[in-house]
Design a protein around this ligand. Structure first.
Ligand code: C2E
Ligand code: CA
Ligand code: CA
Length: 563
């Protein structure tokens, strides 16, 4: 202090300037409009810009977009009112990186209290920020695989595992890892873990959460699943990719997995418990020399999963053996009592010659992703049958074929159907495409364009199970269908239910307005038929006439010789 006092005024200024240049902090002086008049050396160092690039500019050249706009509004409000402003602000370096400044911006006023300048002094705290981020990563991520660790997995699953959705946690252990560590050392053990993490990731989708929760244990959250067999097939997929040999020092190494599965909500009511269940199940696989490499927490789930797998295998075999065949039910003109169509209904004829109903397998085919292949083959079989009838001199009526809503997601559907019909060589007017109205909810525009294509090709269109699903009148009009099939549930108690009678009457009126014919399904008695006729339905189908019959039976009972 004493030394300082020795300097005369000009020297003091000189000294101040030297000091300002030397300090490690950022210093910027602007005029009232924010135009930069002065910077010290540190500003160049911290921001990467040279003095000549900065002077005359505004501090917004460092704006990063990372600090909210509100920060800047408050900043200006504060300093323009004569008060200093403190805040950590994220700025952008000339090279694009971010630097963080703990900023103090003070207004400098003249004798009259008019603000003349703003002085911004700041500390560069970028390193602290980065340390903090690294710390965050260490706390939440596994440094080897970069996957979430146990802690962050738990916090994530607590949010996701809730509500009515069925979810599951798989705890997956790598079995021979300690052997790798003992034989080759930990560096190689680590490589193997990284490789396995990558392989597991490759079969997951973005909804799954993969974490490494212990040295040799991964966990996967499956936030929503439809069937236990779906979970099992995911486990199988993981086992398969991980099971490929890993080459270590020229040796082939095979890693086996054990998996424990916990299912929400049956095994546990929350995320943490569910993880514990999965780990208990895992311990069980490891302790017993289990036949399967995976185990569900509850025995019942094990049994169910086995059963579903068994069923799926069975259906798959049916598909491979081409066991799906058409049966035909007559469709009758109510006004004149003549046959006016057939509906082809799928049956499975198994190796024992038993006939199995579609309710037993259609849903499964859809879930297994086989429905498209099976239905296209089915269409071919129906067309072949029609061809045979024509060739043997029978008069054929239009045959309705049910198409799964899932197929209406395929923009080439119409072309595929047209191709089959052309190859077999029958007129498209002999095929009615039946669709259930629930499908209209999916990709509506696509469904519409497929139907239009089919219609333009000459096919008839029928809307099936009308009244049960999502009945949208506006779409009904746009679909341009020929037939509206009133769902059986309205016919069942038609005689005693005034409500059902009113519904049928309304559907008939709608159909008439849209120039469609109505088909009443499930007519079993003469009384139902008489009432249906009175309500104005055009066409009927049901056990009153016949059940679905084999191709031979339907031909001999219903198809006449063409004249
Ligand atoms: P659906 O298209 O509504 O077919 C009518 C169902 O009602 C048939 O059952 C038929 O046997 C039955 N039925 C007809 N008249 C009567 C009656 O008077 N009383 C009673 N109680 N039932 C009657 P089915 O053949 O078991 O077919 C069930 C469902 O399986 C079909 O309902 C259809 O949704 C589906 N399905 C059948 N074949 C195919 C196919 O090739 N593809 C697709 N996606 N679904 C199919
Ligand atoms: Ca149908
Ligand atoms: Ca129906």
């Amino acid at each position: 202090m004493n030394n300082l006092l020795k300097f005369k005024a000009p020297k003091t200024l000189e000294l101040l300037k030297v000091a300002i240049e030397q300090i490690q902090d950022w210093l910027v002086i602007t005029d009232v409009d924010g135009k930069i008049l002065y910077i010290n050396k540190q500003v160049e160092r911290i921001s990467g810009y040279k003095e000549n690039e900065i002077i005359g500019q505004k501090p917004s050249i460092w704006k990063s977009g990372e600090s909210p706009q509100e920060t800047y509004t408050v900043l200006w409000d504060t300093i323009l009112s004569g008060r200093p402003f403190y805040k950590v602000i994220a700025n952008r370096h000339k090279n694009g990186g971010i630097f963080y400044l703990a900023n103090t911006i003070s207004p400098v006023s003249d004798k009259n209290g008019e603000i003349q300048y703003f002085v911004s002094t700041a500390k560069d705290i970028t390193q602290n920020y980065e340390l903090e981020k690294q710390l965050h990563d260490v706390i939440h991520y596994d440094s080897l695989t970069q996957l979430p660790n146990r802690r962050s997995f738990i916090s994530e699953i607590q949010e996701i595992v809730c509500g009515t959705k069925k979810s599951a946690i798989l705890a997956i252990s790598m079995n021979k890892l300690s052997l790798v560590n003992n034989t080759y050392g930990f560096t190689y053990g680590d490589r193997v873990i990284k490789k396995i993490a990558k392989r597991i990731e490759s079969v997951l989708d973005e909804t799954h959460v993969l974490a490494r929760i212990e040295n040799h244990v991964f966990a996967i959250l499956v936030p929503e699943f439809k069937s236990l067999s779906g979970l099992v097939s995911l486990i199988n997929k993981i086992e398969k990719v991980v099971g490929d040999p890993i080459i270590l020092k020229g040796q082939e190494l095979y890693i086996e997995l054990s998996t424990g599965v916990g299912v929400y909500p049956s095994d546990a009511t929350g995320g943490i418990k569910l993880l514990a269940r999965a780990q208990t199940a895992l311990a069980q696989v490891q302790s017993t020399h289990n036949l399967h490499k995976y185990v569900f927490y509850t025995q019942q789930m094990n049994t169910e999963a086995q059963m579903q797998l068994h069923l799926e295998n069975d259906i798959y075999r049916a598909y491979e053996n081409n066991e799906f065949i058409p049966y035909f039910q007559p469709v009758m003109n109510i006004k004149d009592g003549n046959i006016c169509g057939l509906e082809a209904l799928m049956r499975r004829e198994n190796s024992l010659g038993e006939i199995i109903l579609p309710t037993e397998f259609i849903g499964m085919l859809e879930r297994m992703g086989l429905i498209e292949k099976v239905e296209l083959r089915f269409i071919k079989k129906v067309c072949d049958q029609i061809r045979k009838w024509i060739d043997s001199g029978l008069k054929v009526v239009p045959v309705a074929i049910n198409i799964s809503p899932l197929q209406f997601g395929d923009k080439n559907l119409a072309k595929k159907i047209v191709k089959i019909v052309n190859e077999v060589g029958i007129p498209s007017e002999l095929i009615t495409i039946e669709i259930v109205e629930s499908m209209f909810m999916e990709d509506l525009e696509l469904a519409k364009s497929i139907l239009k294509e089919l219609k333009d090709e000459g096919f008839l269109i029928a809307i099936d199970d009308f009244g049960t699903g999502y009945s949208s009148l506006s779409y009904l009009k746009e679909f341009n269908a020929d037939h509206l099939k009133i769902d059986m549930s309205f016919i069942k108690e038609l005689l005693i239910s005034k409500g059902d009678q009113a519904i049928v009457k309304a559907i008939v009126a709608i159909a008439q307005a849209l120039e469609m014919k109505t088909v009443a399904e499930g007519i079993e008695t003469i009384e139902q038929l008489e009432l249906i006729a009175k309500l104005g339905c055009d066409i009927g189908q049901g056990h009153y006439w016949d059940i679905p019959l084999s191709a031979e039976e339907i031909a001999s009972k219903y198809l006449q010789k063409a004249r």
